[in-house]
Design a protein around this ligand. Structure first.
Ligand code: MN
Length: 153
């Protein structure tokens, strides 16, 4: 089982302000790319006890966005703070507190904090997973006009 550096705790206490005990705040992705903006990542559960998932918390600052990407693994997201918009496939939806978002395999997706607020969300993902793919020009050309106007690459 993949556990990374995160010690497995039965209870990981919330310490206020979208922070949890023993959990460091990391850059969203380590490659320092320009395909995302104003976003941090925390790993709350790293996979243990035959539960092969990670639970992460992402925080997108006002005006920021996650990477536009797709991959074979799926995501399950619960909005925990603020509101914003998400594209899943060709569908763009407003999302807010406690909304649940399912991203199926090989489906283009991007989260954006477009509503003058940050957007914070919990995300469940397989501990063992493929690398995200980013769209090429042909992929972008296949998007609907609405999706093409929405995405940030
Ligand atoms: Mn993803």
């Amino acid at each position: 089982m993949v556990t990374g550096m995160l010690p497995s705790l039965m209870v990981r206490h919330h310490i206020g302000g979208n922070r949890w005990e023993g959990v460091d705040v990391h850059p969203y992705k380590e490659d320092g790319g320009t395909h995302f903006k104003s976003i941090t990542r925390q790993t709350l559960f790293g996979g243990a006890h035959d539960l092969g998932v990670e639970l992460r918390y992402f925080e997108i600052g006002e005006g920021g966005h996650s990477t536009l990407e797709r991959h074979e693994h799926a995501h399950l997201v619960v909005i925990n703070e603020g509101c914003g918009e998400v594209m899943v496939g060709d569908k763009i939806s407003q999302v807010g507190l406690h909304d649940v978002v399912h991203v199926p395999p090989m489906t283009w997706h991007q989260f954006r904090a477009t509503q003058g607020q940050p957007l914070g969300f919990l995300c469940v993902v397989s501990a063992l997973r493929d690398r995200p793919q980013r769209p090429g020009d042909l992929d972008l050309a296949s998007f609907s006009d609405e999706a093409r106007a929405f995405v940030r690459t």
